[in-house]
Every structure is written in structure tokens, then in C-alpha cells.
Design a protein around this ligand. Structure first.
Ligand SMILES: *[C@@H]1O[C@H](CO)[C@@H](O)[C@H](O)[C@H]1NC(C)=O
Ligand SMILES: *[C@@H]1O[C@H](CO)[C@@H](O)[C@H](O)[C@H]1NC(C)=O
Ligand SMILES: *[C@@H]1O[C@H](CO)[C@@H](O)[C@H](O)[C@H]1NC(C)=O
Ligand SMILES: *[C@@H]1O[C@H](CO)[C@@H](O)[C@H](O)[C@H]1NC(C)=O
Ligand SMILES: *[C@@H]1O[C@H](CO)[C@@H](O)[C@H](O)[C@H]1NC(C)=O
Ligand SMILES: *[C@@H]1O[C@H](CO)[C@@H](O)[C@H](O)[C@H]1NC(C)=O
Length: 806
């Protein structure tokens, strides 16, 4: 049983920014929204805390004391916390990342998170979104008493009206400029959900459901969520017509749930939920609702709903079941012997690592150059007990299964032409006894482009398997290992939850012109779905564009590293959801870079568009890419992909500044370990005088990659741009004693994310008016301006608002 559960993040590749005239790609329905907590913040300079933590070195004990002190008198028998089991210490940096969940009346606060980062017994930073008020009445109270969220619901309603107007306006070709300022604040929310807004709204209006008595029965709220969630109109109709029938058909089993060692109630597993592919998990929790610059608690059901194309974690109000308060789609558009492998290394005919797509190079024969630290058994071997493909004969024999197909400890790659969820028995090419994956790729013009692409499926799956394994090994070497939640069937006794290799679907039949990745919490398989692109004749195959595959796999990385391996709900929407997209673009561009600088677009080959699928290519030239922090206010920038572009551009500039200072390494892969398991510095890391010090990459591009990954581990759940910036700067402080602080500040400040950047009039939904700040701290030559406080929501900005479309 799982001790802790949260959101699944589904992220698609393509953005659908309003106001951007990109071609309209096919779109999977995905809901993702929730409030931004006004009080939540990352503190990279913790002013705590008077007591010393005694002589303990145990980071869990230090975290426990720290949080106890932080909460002070608020800590009461009814207001407590639990240390999560997915906390870990990063071997490379020595930083312990401890995750803490708030409990009120013994019930989880589903969005009450503290992450504490500890090094050498000292708390170096923490993020905090704990609820700070008094404990409310307990769950045994009458659910018909209106909750504290009437105002909040009214706001939601208002947003739905805006949504509907927006959809109508779009249908009428009505210009967005006509929307008022207030409306555009509100429309920051749910932009991608607008077209689905009507149904729950009409439910709320329907007296049959709206006035039904509230109970602590999760079935009615769940049905209402399914109405909003299902993409199938016939299922919506059916639920509404046969409401009672559906309620009666659902059956439940129950299970005790724990966070860390604390019993936090019962999880109900509800069967026969329309359009769910398995039982839905339901648990009563508290969630926070913004009220001014603080929050109040309300009762909610947390549902985990796995569907064909989505895997949702949703909070639905108990007192007003048609109110979905937040929803995250987890989809984003015994130690082993170490002896050398007995089987021949595989050979693959592929576009080799670094060749982004077929327009920039030809295929070549590449060997299975697995990293011995990251993949001790190579890419094709799984211990039999962890192998879902193992047959009876394998099980009888025991030991290992040596796959001659594209299956292994890090990934199962296969065709998925039918676009279904079952994957175990999908076709995988065989390399035969000598492991030669040498297949033809010779696409021709055809009157049936899909069938033509299917002719080279074996080549495609081989490529997807090769890229996915290299990404696994690369990220591993930068710290995405077992304890931090990586994707492996077997974890070699090195900690973390296992049984979660990436399921990689090539030429997935469920869509075109996109790609997506579903990240459930650690211990459950991630699922990557790659599509054909009908943007050219013959079709182009997204599996062959490394940048797209890397972008998708990076969702798994950022989701597992942010807020801890077992919390997939930290990058669901708004700025944090946007950064979830941005990291993937940044990492894809970094991996394809070479010594001679070049700008890079995203997805240009697959989309058959020179400028790629984003608004701008990533560039050092601000005529080519004019994005700054303020760009987030523009009408086309409400969706996560457009937000992500701005973040990726910032990281791109950051990494180029580091390359100017430290030079460039042609290979991002660190040296192989020596026979005794230690990693030599080689020409890759700075030489150390003290082997207990962390290894610091010597070159700008490898250092940038390291700081970005370490920053993900430091930042808190649901970070803002400010938080993620501060986490990267702190990652540098930990790794290099802050050698690059000013380069980092200068790069961020150059794009408006300086010390004095601010956002005014923030709404719970992440709206507000942003102001570029170009200042750096005094230590970096700036005037010593104090960081401007963000005023209370609603307080007007002194300056003439530089309204985006003005
Ligand atoms: C399978 O691989 C394992 C580990 O690489 C090796 O020990 C074993 O001998 C192999 N078995 C066969 C039949 O090749
Ligand atoms: C692929 O190889 C062919 C034949 O050698 C060559 O003409 C072509 O330019 C190559 N393509 C790329 C993108 O390098
Ligand atoms: C792909 O490979 C499998 C086995 O390796 C083979 O049976 C199949 O015919 C191949 N498919 C195509 C389209 O070449
Ligand atoms: C790979 O396949 C091609 C085409 O079938 C063939 O010409 C080539 O010799 C093969 N290479 C190897 C190493 O088997
Ligand atoms: C494609 O063309 C061939 C003849 O060239 C014909 O037999 C076939 O039916 C066509 N297929 C489709 C899908 O139009
Ligand atoms: C920046 O890009 C613009 C537009 O492509 C170009 O005119 C200008 O020369 C570039 N500036 C630099 C410094 O390369």
C-alpha cells in the first residue's frame, strides 16, 4: 500500500497560447487549476531559530525540531505534522531534503507542505505553505453548514462566467482587447479549461444536484468531478440521465492511510466510476482557500482518478460538491551482483545522442554505451522479480531476464498504434541473439501516410528506447537517482520506490502533433506517449526528434524532484506548471548544444516550422527572443507552455553566462567510476583537495545542468519564478560557495527577474500585474535596494499599469 499519495502531472508538449497564430494541433482534454497560496514562500535565508538542535545529526530529527520551532505556539494537539517517508539525503551535495505534511485534527492538509533543506546539521532553506490559523471543527460536523468558502465559490462562479464569455467571444472572432482589466485577471485561470467550463456550471444550476443534501459520501462529488473530467459527451449525458443508477453501481473497499508513521484516516477505493480505468482513490482532507493574504481550511475529497488520457488528483469540496477546488493532471500535456554483463552489448541504428532530429544528421550504428553507475546491468536486463514481462519459465529460473527487445530496467519501449492503455504485449522489435537493432528508415510519399510510418516502427521504437535510456543515465549522473524518485523497475538496494520504469509508447494512436508524459508518485510507472505529426508528407515521427522526447522525460524529472518523490502535485498550474514545461525545453536545448553557439527552436522538424512550436526560439538576442518576466502578463501567456517559454529563455541565458565564464564541455556525461566505485574528476569536475567535498562540474553547460537539477530539489512545492530563481542561486551557494552568484543574478535580472521584480494585485489564481526588476544585489554591484514587498492583493500599483496589449 502507498503511504502517501498526491497529484499526477500530465504535461503535453504543445502550447495553445491564445493570441498566438501557431497551427492548431490536436488537443487532449486536461484540467489543471488551483489557487496560489498568498502566504507560501521559499526562504533561502532562514532566520530561525533560536534553539540549537542538540547534538543530533539525524536530518529527520533536525527537521522535526525546526518545524516545531517554526510553528511555535501554533503547534497544538489538533495541529501537527508528519515527516514523509520520501525524504532523502542527496549523496552528491550532502543536502538532506525533508518533506513535511501538515495534519489538522489528524487529517491531512492536502496542500500544507514544508520542505526543509539541511546541510551539515544546519537548515539552509525551506519552503512553507502550512495553514496558520486555528483548527476548524472536525469532520464529524454537519456538512450542510456552509463552509468558509462562500466568497471563494462566488469568485469561481465569476470566473466561469468570464470563461464562457471568452469561449463565446472566441467563437465570434471577438478580440481579446475588448476584455476589461478585471476580466483578464480572472481569465488567467482556467484558460485551458474554458471550453469545458459549461458542464459543471450547469450542474451547479440544476436543482436536482445543487440542492441535494450534503453528506460525507464521496460518490456524488466524484460523479460531478467525472462530468467535468470526461472528454466524452455521451458519458456526461449518461451520468446526468442516470445519476441514481451510477451512484448505486459504485462499490468501495477501504484501506488505512499513513503519512510517514502517522495514521491519517481511511482511503476508499471506489469501483465502477464511469470513464475511470480502475478504482478511484478517495480520501477526506482539508485544503486551503485563499482569503486576503492568508488562507482558511475547508473540507474536501481528494480523488485520484486514472483515466485513459489523464491521471487526476483533484480536491472537490465536501460542502458544495460541484466545486472543484483544485485539480492536477499527473499526465503533463536485495543488492545485485555487480559482475560485468555476460551478454553482448546491443547495437542500434539511430540518430545518435546530440543529433536532434533527421534534418541535422543521418543515422549511425551506436553501441549500448550505458553508464555503469546509472544502469549497472545495462539497458536490457531486469531482475526477474521486478519484470512484468517475465514468463513462467523466467520465474522458475529466477535471476535476470535478458531482453532481446526494447525492454529493460529503465524503459519499456513499444508501438502503441491502438492508443490504448494496455502496453505489456505491444510489439517491441527484437535485436536477436547478437542484439543488433538495425532496422530500415526510409519514409516515402504515400497516399496512406500513417501506414507508411508504420513500416519503420521498429526503427522508431529503437530510437525511443535509445534516447530514453540515455536521458535516464544522464539525469542519474546529475542526481536524479533512486532516492530522489527516478524511474526504474529495480533500484539495486539503493533506496527509493521501484517498479516504475518509463512506459514509452511510440507512434501512439491517441493523437497527432504532440507528446505527453504522465508522472504518478514514485513507485508507479511514468508513461510517455509520442505521436506522429501530420505536418508534412510523409508524416514526421516525434519519436525521432530527441528534443521532444527529452522535453517529455523532463516532466518526470521536475515533477519527482520538486516537493519530493511522492508528491506529484507540485507543478500543476500557473507559474509552477509553466516552469514544468520550461525545464524540458531548456534541457532539450542544452543537450543538443555544441561548442559553436546557436539559437534553438523547439519541435521545428516535427512541426515542419522553422521557428518551432513556441512563440520564439531560445536566443541570446533579445530581438529574436524578447521575453522578460513581465511577458507573463501578456494575453497569450496564461497557459503553462507560454509561461514555460519565458522560464526556459531565462535558464538559457543563465547557462550561456556560465559558459562564458567556465567554457563548454562537448560531453555532458561525467567520467565512468573507477573499480572502487569512486568517480574520478577527470577533465569534467574541478580537482578536489578533499574527497568528501562535492564534485563540481568544471564547465558552464555541465554546471548549469547541475545547478538546475539541484535547484529543483531545494525549491518547495508549487514554486513561483522567484522561488525557483532563489533555489538555483542557493544550489550554487551549496555547490561552489556562491562563486557564480553574480553571474546568476545578472542573468536573471537581465530578463526582469532581478531583486526588485514584483507582482501586484495577485489573485488566488496567479493573475496580477508583474513588474520587471533589473536590479542585482549590492554585492554584485547593484544599489542596495531592499526587495520590494508585494502589496496586498487588490492594492493598486502606483505606476501606470503597462497593460500587455496596450
Ligand atoms: C543475463 O544478464 C545477467 C546480468 O548481466 C548475467 O549475469 C546472466 O549471465 C545473463 N544470462 C544469460 C542467460 O545471458
Ligand atoms: C545524410 O547522408 C546523405 C548521403 O551521404 C547526405 O547527402 C546528407 O546531407 C546527409 N544528411 C544530413 C542531414 O547530414
Ligand atoms: C518489426 O520487428 C518484428 C520482430 O523484431 C517483426 O516481426 C516485424 O515484422 C517488424 N515490423 C516491421 C514493420 O518491419
Ligand atoms: C544494417 O542494415 C543494413 C540494411 O539492411 C545493412 O546494409 C547493414 O549491413 C546492416 N549493418 C549491420 C552492422 O548489420
Ligand atoms: C493508395 O493507392 C493504391 C494504388 O496506388 C491503392 O490500391 C490504395 O487503395 C490507395 N489507398 C488509399 C488509402 O487511398
Ligand atoms: C539580433 O537579431 C536581429 C534580428 O534578427 C538582428 O537584426 C541583429 O543584428 C541581432 N543582433 C545581434 C547582436 O546579433
Amino acid at each position: 500500500m502507498r503511504f502517501f499519495t498526491t497529484t499526477l502531472a500530465l504535461a503535453g508538449l504543445a502550447g495553445y497560447a491564445l493570441g498566438h497564430s501557431a497551427p492548431s494541433y490536436s488537443k487532449r482534454k486536461s484540467l489543471g487549476f488551483g489557487p496560489v497560496h498568498p502566504h507560501a514562500k521559499f526562504h533561502s535565508d532562514p532566520v530561525v531559530v533560536t534553539s540549537n538542535f542538540g547534538t543530533t545529526e539525524d536530518p529527520l530529527e533536525i527537521a522535526r525540531s525546526f518545524v516545531t520551532e517554526l510553528l511555535g505556539p501554533q503547534l497544538a494537539p489538533e495541529n501537527g505534522f508528519a515527516i514523509r517517508k520520501d525524504s532523502y539525503t542527496d549523496k552528491a551535495t550532502g543536502v538532506s531534503h525533508v518533506y513535511v505534511r501538515q495534519l489538522v485534527n489528524g487529517v491531512e492538509v492536502a496542500d500544507g507542505d514544508i520542505n526543509v533543506n539541511i546541510k551539515n546539521g544546519v537548515v539552509i532553506s525551506y519552503g512553507d505553505s502550512f495553514y496558520r490559523g486555528a483548527a476548524p471543527t472536525s469532520f464529524s460536523d454537519d456538512p450542510n453548514v456552509p463552509g468558509p468558502h462562500a466568497e471563494f465559490c462566488a469568485q469561481l462562479d465569476e470566473e466561469l462566467v468570464v470563461c464562457r464569455n471568452r469561449v463565446l467571444a472566441a467563437q465570434g472572432g471577438f478580440d481579446q482587447v475588448a476584455l476589461g482589466e478585471r476580466e483578464s485577471f480572472l481569465a488567467h485561470v482556467r484558460v485551458s479549461n474554458c471550453e469545458h467550463a459549461g458542464t459543471p456550471f450547469s450542474m451547479a444550476d440544476d436543482p436536482r444536484y445543487a440542492s441535494a443534501p450534503r453528506t460525507f459520501d464521496p460518490r456524488a462529488p466524484l460523479l460531478q468531478f467525472m462530468i467535468a473530467a470526461t472528454p466524452k459527451s455521451e458519458i456526461v449525458e449518461d451520468i446526468m440521465q442516470r445519476w441514481e443508477h451510477h451512484l448505486d453501481s459504485m462499490s468501495s473497499t477501504y484501506e488505512h492511510d499513513f503519512v510517514g508513521d502517522e495514521h491519517t484516516g481511511i482511503v476508499e477505493h471506489i469501483n465502477n466510476v464511469p470513464d475511470a480505468v480502475g478504482p478511484v482513490k478517495a480520501k477526506p482532507v482539508y485544503v486551503q482557500i485563499p482569503q486576503g493574504d492568508t488562507t482558511v481550511l475547508t473540507h474536501a475529497w481528494r480523488f485520484e482518478v486514472e483515466m485513459e488520457d489523464n491521471w487526476y488528483e483533484a480536491a472537490v469540496s465536501v460542502q458544495a460538491p460541484h466545486r472543484i477546488l483544485s485539480v492536477t493532471d499527473w499526465a503533463s500535456d536485495a543488492p545485485l551482483p555487480k559482475e560485468p554483463t555476460q551478454r553482448p552489448p546491443a547495437t542500434y541504428n539511430v540518430f545518435k545522442w546530440g543529433i536532434n532530429d533527421p534534418s541535422v544528421g543521418n543515422r549511425s550504428l551506436e553501441t549500448e554505451n550505458f553508464d555503469p553507475l546509472a544502469s549497472p546491468l545495462g539497458w536490457h536486463v531486469i531482475p526477474v522479480g521486478n519484470d512484468p514481462l517475465a514468463g513462467d519459465a523466467d520465474l522458475k529460473k529466477g535471476g535476470f531476464v535478458n531482453h532481446t527487445t526494447t525492454a529493460g530496467n529503465n524503459a519499456f519501449a513499444h508501438e502503441n498504434w491502438e492508443g490504448l492503455n494496455a502496453w505489456l504485449h505491444n510489439l517491441r522489435p527484437s535485436g536477436g541473439e547478437d542484439m543488433q537493432f538495425n532496422f530500415t528508415y526510409n519514409p516515402q510519399l504515400s497516399n496512406d501516410s500513417r501506414a507508411e510510418a508504420q513500416k519503420y516502427i521498429n526503427n522508431t521504437v529503437t530510437q525511443l528506447f535509445y534516447t530514453t535510456n540515455l536521458v535516464h543515465d544522464l539525469y542519474y549522473r546529475y542526481g536524479f537517482d533512486e532516492v530522489s524518485g527516478n524511474f526504474q523497475q529495480h533500484n539495486f538496494g539503493r533506496g527509493g520506490a521501484e517498479g516504475d520504469a518509463v512506459i514509452a509508447n511510440a507512434q501512439d494512436g491517441s493523437g497527432y502533433n504532440n507528446a505527453n508524459f504522465m508522472t504518478p508518485p514514485d513507485g508507479q510507472n511514468g508513461r510517455c506517449r509520442m505521436y506522429l505529426w501530420n505536418t508534412a508528407s510523409p508524416y514526421r515521427d516525434g519519436d525521432l526528434e530527441a528534443g521532444i522526447v527529452i522535453h517529455e522525460l523532463s516532466h518526470g524529472l521536475s515533477t519527482r524532484l520538486t516537493g519530493g518523490p511522492a508528491n506529484s502535485g507540485c507543478l500543476g498550474w500557473g507559474e509552477s506548471g509553466g516552469m514544468g514545461e520550461g525545464w524540458g525545453d531548456f534541457l532539450a536545448s542544452t543537450i543538443r548544444s555544441n561548442k559553436v553557439y546557436s539559437d534553438y527552436p523547439m519541435g521545428a522538424w516535427a512541426a515542419n516550422q522553422e521557428g518551432g512550436i513556441r512563440n520564439y526560439p531560445y536566443s541570446l538576442n533579445n530581438t529574436v527572443n524578447p521575453s522578460t518576466y513581465k511577458t507573463l502578463d501578456k494575453p497569450g501567456y496564461w497557459g503553462v507552455h507560454a509561461i514555460g517559454e519565458v522560464w526556459a529563455q531565462m535558464l538559457w541565458v543563465v547557462s550561456q553566462r556560465l559558459i562564458e565564464k567556465h567554457g563548454f564541455t562537448d560531453s555532458l556525461f561525467p567520467p565512468a567510476p573507477l573499480a572502487d566505485g569512486t568517480v574520478p574528476e577527470g577533465d569534467f569536475y574541478h580537482a578536489r583537495t578533499d574527497a568528501s567535498k562535492p564534485l563540481v562540474p568544471k564547465h558552464g553547460n555541465s554546471l548549469a545542468l547541475q545547478l538546475v537539477l539541484n535547484g529543483m530539489k531545494l525549491q518547495q512545492c508549487r514554486p513561483s519564478f522567484f522561488d525557483a530563481r532563489d533555489a538555483i542561486i542557493q544550489a550554487d551557494a551549496v555547490l561552489t560557495s556562491g562563486e557564480n552568484a553574480c553571474e546568476l543574478w545578472n542573468a536573471f535580472a537581465g530578463l526582469g527577474l532581478g531583486k526588485n521584480a514584483r507582482v501586484d494585485g495577485r489573485t488566488p489564481w496567479g493573475g496580477g500585474v508583474r513588474k520587471d526588476g533589473f536590479k542585482v544585489p549590492a554585492a554584485c554591484g547593484g544599489d542596495d535596494v531592499p526587495e520590494e514587498p508585494t502589496p496586498d492583493p487588490g492594492e493598486p500599483d502606483d505606476d501606470e499599469p503597462d497593460w500587455p496589449w496596450a
